[in-house]
Write a protein that binds this ligand. Structure first.
Ligand code: G3H
Ligand code: 13P
Ligand code: ZN
Length: 315
């Protein structure tokens, strides 16, 4: 199925506009009706473009048909500016499968491969994707933290600015994920004043002045959700994210896509825990899932406005 039949767009024009006007497109992960509905409503209500990100494990969880049914049910029009993106694709086969399913953008994550093998894999995927007008993201450098069932990165290495031009030219990819100190999950920093490596970001942006860069592991870990989770029986001590002002600063330096998953997980969990704890007699899933969904919506609206700067960018 062609992604255009779903009313989806690829990321090319989104990124060109984000680069020109110094904001970032939010890439929010989803895995069920509640998360998808919250994200799409937040994007529509703020008139923001959005990338709906699906990891391989989330795709397995939803199943191909249910996923496509839900995307179909969004009744998208091209002007909605919504891309469907495979997050951390682990192989050519996985990306090919996503393209066939109707994804408009794929990430091939060869970041743990040797440099030449990463190039080879990314180029093969980009060649295939471009035949279908699908855009491709690849990654140089590795983030710390568990990303996916398939990608258990535990140590990090910053992206080397000297490698990026070769990598982009040799692969023909459309955007590049870089490692400048972010990490996946809810435990990103030991203290609030740890800074991202803006010196590395500056050096990369200097090498690739007009090229879209991507920040993974960019959740800000809102503390009110952590507190609610802990208040109602959770155990999440020292959960800490990337400060919103640092993310905003990154959008001024060619970061055109900011990936957020953990914040939505926290928002949802806080809503479910709060409802179950404060209404112990309630056994209606629509009530506790409903507050989870509302929390994700509120947080996406907030991040679109105050981190991404992508509100009111749909003409
Ligand atoms: O960066 C990866 C996402 O957070 C995906 O995680 O495979 O558990 O859905 P997941
Ligand atoms: P977080 O764990 O910081 O939300 O990162 C999500 C991500 O990078 C998805 O690819
Ligand atoms: Zn990621």
């Amino acid at each position: 199925m062609d992604y255009k039949d779903f009313g989806l767009v690829n990321t090319r024009e989104m990124f060109a506009s984000a680069l020109a006007h110094h904001y970032a497109i939010p890439a929010f992960n989803f895995y069920n009706m509640e998360t998808l509905a919250a994200i799409i409503s937040a994007a529509r209500d703020t008139h923001s473009p959005v990338i709906l990100a699906v990891s391989e494990s989330a795709l397995k969880y939803m199943g191909d048909d249910l996923l496509r049914g839900m995307i179909w049910g969004l009744n998208l029009k091209k002007y909605d500016n919504v891309a469907l993106h495979l997050d951390h694709g682990s192989s050519l086969e996985s990306c090919a499968r996503a393209i066939k399913l109707g994804f408009s953008s794929v990430m091939i994550d060869g970041s743990k491969l040797p440099f030449d093998a990463n190039i080879e894999l990314a180029r093969t995927v980009a060649d295939l994707a471009h035949k279908y007008d699908v855009t491709t993201e690849a990654e140089l450098g590795t983030l710390a933290g568990i990303e996916d069932e398939n990608t258990h990165a535990t140590t990090s290495s910053y992206t080397n600015p000297n490698d990026v031009v070769n990598f982009v030219n040799a692969t023909n990819i459309d955007s590049l994920a870089i490692a400048i100190g972010t990490s996946h999950g809810a435990y990103k920093r030991k203290s609030d004043d740890e800074e991202l490596r803006f010196d590395i970001l500056d050096a990369i942006a200097e090498q690739l002045p007009n090229f879209p860069l991507v920040l993974h592991g960019a959740s800000s870990i809102p503390q009110h959700f952590v507190q609610t989770i802990n208040e109602y029986g959770g155990k999440m001590s020292n959960a800490r994210g990337i400060a919103p002002e640092q993310l905003r600063r990154a959008t001024q330096k060619n970061i055109c896509k900011i990936n957020v998953d953990s914040d939505s997980r926290l928002a949802f969990t806080a809503g479910v825990r709060e409802t179950l704890a404060t209404k112990p007699e309630n056994f209606n899933p629509r009530d506790y899932l409903g507050l989870g969904r509302k929390n994700i919506y509120d947080n996406c609206v907030d991040e679109i406005r105050n981190i991404m700067g992508s509100d009111n960018k749909i003409k």
